[in-house]
Design a protein around this ligand. Sequence first.
Ligand code: NAP
Length: 261
Amino acid sequence: MSIEELFGLEGRVALVVGASSGLGAECARALAAAGADVAIAARRKERLQALAGELRELGVRAHAVAADASDDAAMQAAIDEVEAELGPIWTLVNSAGLSRLGRAIKHAREKWDQVIAVNLTAAFVMSQQVARKMIERGEPGRIVHISSVLGRGASPIHPQIGYAASKGGVDNLTRQLAIEWASQGITVNAIAPGYFPTELTVDPEAGAMDAEFSAAVERLTPLGRPGDPAEIRTTLLYLTAPASSYVTGSIVPVDGGWTAW
Ligand SMILES: NC(=O)c1ccc[n+]([C@@H]2O[C@H](COP(=O)([O-])OP(=O)(O)OC[C@H]3O[C@@H](n4cnc5c(N)ncnc54)[C@H](OP(=O)(O)O)[C@@H]3O)[C@@H](O)[C@H]2O)c1
């Protein structure tokens, strides 16, 4: 088989939720580079429109939808709009996420609810809404969640109880959906990133991860550095490839060796 037959996504449609920045934007770029028509969703429309323009330059169709991932009705409408514009969704990538720092003993319920709503509940609801369509059509598909190394272990750097709990939830969401939808040919996998400089981790005033944080990441990561967001692309393409039809329920670290200690 050629590389195109193994990894090519020409004629297929991908939807990336949380694509207005960071790892989600990199996932959208990777999918477009593999030939997919790509829909991108998040709340910041201008960012999405700029990225859609960039993706079209790769010769694919791109469609931007501004929507809040924690609003079930808005996301259902977004899915319907994407399918009407681009066609049936082959791949859903759930990359929307946020973190709220704060020691567990004082962690506000509001912070917990915000993080669980976007990182975990929205990933489930989006998967359910997209999978229902795949199942109605009798077609296989690919769902990829962007989890975290904090899905399988606590953070030695920051107090972030809601985030760690949400990512533990995403890991087991991945496994449960994988077994429930296996018979329909819908694979469900997750990528567990280590630390990457994105809006989630970079101090906006300094334009970089703060020095103490950066030093901890370098010390705790065997490769001795944070990842470059573009380094998520190959794993995403592996998990969304038509030929990866026997890979499901897996959580693939892209973490510079963080989980290898
Ligand atoms: N960076 C890291 O070191 C790291 C490590 C492990 C895991 N991750 C995971 O990777 C994923 C992407 O994070 P990132 O690092 O790329 O951070 P980021 O640059 O802050 O991206 C987060 C994305 O989520 C979107 N988002 C947040 N709340 C949303 C909502 N309510 N509705 C729709 N979209 C929403 C944001 O878009 P809008 O603000 O425009 O809505 C943005 O596109 C997250 O799930 C994160 O937990 C990141």
